[in-house]
Design a protein around this ligand. Sequence first.
Ligand code: MCA
Ligand code: AMP
Length: 508
Amino acid sequence: MSNHLFDAIRRSIAADDAVFIETAEGRWTYGDMVEWSGRIAGAIDTLGVRPGDRVAVQVEKSAEALMLYLACIRCGAVYLPLNTAYTLAELDYFISDAEPRLIVTDPKAADGIKTIASKYGALVETLDERGGGSLVELANDETPDFVEAARMADDLAAILYTSGTTGRSKGAMLTHANLLSNALTLRDCWRFTPDDRLIHALPIFHTHGLFVATNVILTSGASMFLLPKFDPAQILALMPRATTLMGVPTFYVRLLQHEGLNRQVVANMRLFISGSAPLLADTHRAFQERTGHAILERYGMTETNMNTSNPYDGERMAGTVGFPLPGVTLRISEPETGEILEQDETGMIEVKGPNVFKGYWRMPEKTKAEFRDDGFFLTGDLGKIDPQGYVHIIGRGKDLVISGGYNIYPKEVESEIDQLPGVVECAVIGVTHPDFGEGVTAIVVKQPGSSLDERAIRDALGDRLARYKQPKQIIFVDDLPRNTMGKVQKNVLRERYCNLYTARAGDD
Ligand code: MCA
Ligand code: AMP
């Protein structure tokens, strides 16, 4: 039967004994990939997961976790990856909203997850970071020759939650065609072949590490070194055997701090790619000076996969995200009126193409609100197209902080702080941070006489918000600056605290 994404992955296999994944523990060939994703697909199917059912996954990074992703694609389930940093309070919402048939969790977290799962009628199986757990035990009893469920181009492959600027997180529904079309486009634009070896140090619960990195490798028949997390020394040690690296800007900032980064160590590397957050032009220049490589910056979103990329051949212009990818149409509009703007004018970035998602899970109104009538998706990013056609991201029309490539919606953090006893109000902003790009910062007004202090706020947030969302600094003030309409002026706060982290670089 035809399975849109996995059929293409199968067709890209150069040889069964070609290496797909190398970890510190061993190697997985493409033959192993087909066998193990098949066994796990069999186990999921035996558990009663049917095509279209959601499978929520919160596990550590491992080769087996990628097999689980592929297993879901093969049995027609909708893969729902969840950040390992999410607390139980955060997970409860995702599970209640997505109603997965099955949740796969780390054994260490299983007790808490089972409490949530029982509320929503989900099954729970485990997978640990070494590839053990109840799911793998079930897979051992399955045959390796699983026959794929029929899935068409427009069927769902995955749901990834993105936080909302107001209120609830939204599940972005991505189809088989969204993922496959983007993977093939990127493979071709970035010239991936079976000879490539990617250093994979990104998490695998987001578009960047899961779809961009993994699907590009799979559709090239190439291989990757799968690292549990970013570790500059490990990455430098692998470079002589690798050809490519994909990372968020923090990767490059940190690599530059390492004295082992030099022209010799990158001699075998052909491409360094950056995305998920703005790469400072200074970082781009410093990296080129040190290594001779111009980092290739690209731009994407969970809802759209990748939209633009600097060229493989031609100038990779620092401070820009390059050109719209083949098949992607990008335009700039006046955010309020929707009027299409001219070259070099700044406005809302809108995109349309086979990469753009199907809509938000069970939120038809929100979906409608984010598309123009002619099908263009409103990214919420502000930008312009220069006379040479390069897209520049100038800012964000959405109140969003991006820290080390992770998105944090201030509203979510503000709501948690606002409800603490002794708090009058607060504003959460992103302040320039030398390592994370932006540091989450809370400016808090407390009630007169309240004994509330930083520690009390941190303690209260501890089991409510993932660590990366928690403020790097909390500042108490008497009041917040407001405009004549009474709206908090976050730009004034960002300006006021702009040196908060840079002045203290090194001890943060
Ligand atoms: C970890 N911490 C962070 C972050 N990561 N705080 C703020 N921002 C972060 N990004 C906190 C931890 O909670 C911990 O706090 C302390 O920092 C150290 O944690 P550790 O695990 O050692 O951190 P790390 O290994 O140094 O991680 C930093 C990192 C990582 C390598 C930058 O965050 C990372 O891999 N980021 C990539 C994110 C990504 O893949 N984004 C793609 C999204 P404490 O000490 O208080 O406990 S997809 C996307 O955006 C679109 C589609 C696109 O275009 O790609
Ligand atoms: P996410 O919601 O995690 O998919 O994050 C998508 C957002 O990350 C985009 O809307 C942009 O604001 C930002 N982003 C991604 N790539 C880049 C980039 N190369 N430069 C600037 N911002 C980026």
